[in-house]
Write a protein that binds this ligand. Sequence first.
Ligand code: SF4
Length: 49
Amino acid sequence: MLSDNKMAQCKECKFYKPIDDAKGDCFGNEVPATLDSNKCPTNSFQPRN
Ligand code: SF4
């Protein structure tokens, strides 16, 4: 699953809703656009389609 993604970032996650260039909303929490998906606090990264 996660191992298929090389260094994906929050901005590529289907749960990410951009607020501006640097940050976005994820389940009501603000996250950095460039947060490494391997550091996702809830380990919920899913690629956008
Ligand atoms: S914190 Fe996790 S679920 Fe949220 S946008 Fe980033 S990778 Fe996706």
